[in-house]
Design a protein around this ligand. Structure first.
Ligand SMILES: *Cc1c(COP(=O)(O)O)cnc(C)c1O
Length: 437
């Protein structure tokens, strides 16, 4: 792109285009992307950035991948979309079969939708319909843990952290849910039974009203980038069973290897009753999400009134999205000789080594790494525009929020690029003036 057309594009953007969690009047710093290849984004002004975000957890194989491009092109030649009411097709069937194979064994049935938030709405509706079918309609509330994030639609918002979940101003119109204290035991810390006491008390006292516990297994993402003990998750599963409450695992961010297991539930060896996946499901190519559930849950729902599950998105099971998703899963786990686990371990080790110097900085609170996720938590919130400019100037694409500067790069990142990414990140974080306080 020449500089004039880049400038023109940014002008149009400034006049007409709303960005995520952004003001239309006090405009944030925005960059135009001209092309993307592997782990590199090329901007409209010619600068090239090493990507540390995988476009919000999604682009696990990097950008412009020939195998994923091919999968979409092949499907495009057949048909790009058909309605899913009364019709089915190979990409959706093969993807559903694959998802059932790779997720925890009890999950057998797949409901496709278009985005993570909607897959959470679907999970919530499944849990409500499940208890309705059992003639226990009073069980329609949800219990979750603080610091969680489950999406931006209304039911999803109602189970986000009421403070850090970005939806504070909607509190008065959201259904009231139950919030347990967030787990304090870190991922590799020794388990302390005290950690479960808040959730235990809430479930003991309110199980007659609670349809399900919903949480992000092991890694709490946008609500705080916290990694908690697998033992906590084990205890939640036990309490759900004991008090007849369903368990919904929101694996939208954690799914497909990001935490070092294919799904984060595996760290605790548990299976949820309902599971949401999205984000990296298509390798970041298209929007697609799915809600999986057990034979028992789906049979119960369908044995009650009105005998069907009451949801059906227009673009349900989009064939282009399903075909690229299948190709992405094949790339991750299906190709002989590809060892995704060893690769995530490689990234984890490097992140651990390369980010640890940040611990020495006076304004850094904590540095933590799990799988292909690296987090630098600071004592003061970032100055968003200033730090964005500086990150781009240093040649990396990272998007911090609040006191969290974090990276979750595409899995294909080389050692050299990852070291570059981490070094530049530390260089930026070292600059005290890029933080408030
Ligand atoms: C991103 C995210 C969602 C919402 O997904 P969208 O596709 O943005 O609607 C829900 N839950 C978790 C854990 C997420 O990370």
């Amino acid at each position: 792109m020449n500089l004039d057309s880049n400038r023109h594009l940014l002008e149009i953007d400034q006049q007409h285009v709303w960005h995520p969690y952004a003001s239309m009047t006090d405009r944030p710093v925005i960059h135009a992307v001209e092309s993307a290849q592997g782990v590199r984004l090329t901007l409209g002004d010619g600068s090239v950035l090493v990507d540390g975000m995988a476009s919000w957890w999604c682009a696990i194989h990097g950008y412009n991948h020939p195998v994923l491009n091919q999968a979409i092109n092949d499907q495009l030649k057949r048909f790009s979309h058909v309605m899913f009411g009364g019709l089915t097709h190979q990409p959706a069937c093969k993807l559903a079969e694959k998802l059932v194979q790779i997720t925890p064994a009890p999950l057998q049935h797949v409901f496709f939708s278009d985005s993570g938030s909607v897959s959470v709405e679907v999970a919530i509706k499944m849990a409500i319909q499940y208890w309705y079918a059992q003639k226990k309609p009073k069980k329609h509330k949800f219990l979750t843990i603080r610091s969680g994030y489950h999406g931006d639609t209304f039911a999803a918002m109602s189970v986000c952290d009421p403070v850090t979940g970005m939806h504070e101003i909607f509190t008065h119109v959201l259904p009231g849910q139950f919030f347990a204290n967030a787990p304090e035991c870190r991922f590799d810390q020794e388990w302390d039974e005290q950690d479960i006491s808040s959730l235990k008390k809430l479930i003991e006292e309110n199980h007659a009203k609670i349809a399900a516990v919903i949480l992000e297994p092991i890694v709490q993402g946008a609500g705080g980038m916290r990694f908690y003990s697998p033992h906590y998750l084990k205890r939640v599963r036990e309490l759900c069973d004991q008090f007849d409450v369903l368990l919904i695992a929101d694996e939208i961010a954690t799914g497909f290897g990001r935490t070092g297991k294919l799904f984060a539930c595996e760290h605790a060896g548990i299976a949820p009753d309902i599971m949401c996946i999205g984000k990296s499901l298509t390798g970041g190519y298209m929007t697609l999400a799915a809600t999986l559930t057990t034979e028992h849950v789906s049979q119960t729902i369908c044995s009650g009134q009105p005998g069907v599950f009451m949801h059906g998105p227009t673009f349900m099971g989009n064939p282009l999205a399903c075909s690229v998703s299948l190709a992405s899963i094949e790339l991750l786990i299906g190709t002989p000789g590809s060892d995704w686990k060893a690769n995530i371990d490689r990234i984890e080790t490097l992140l651990g080594e390369q980010l640890s110097p940040a611990r020495e900085l006076a304004h850094v609170e904590d540095v933590r790494v799990l799988g292909a996720i690296g987090v630098i938590e600071t004592k003061f919130p970032v100055e968003m525009d200033a730090i964005t400019r500086e990150l781009v100037r240093q040649g990396i694409w990272v998007r911090p929020f609040g006191k969290l500067v974090y990276i979750m790069p595409p899995y294909i990142i080389s050692d050299k690029d990852l070291i570059f990414l981490c070094n530049k990140l530390i260089e930026v974080v070292s600059q005290r003036n890029l933080f408030a306080g």
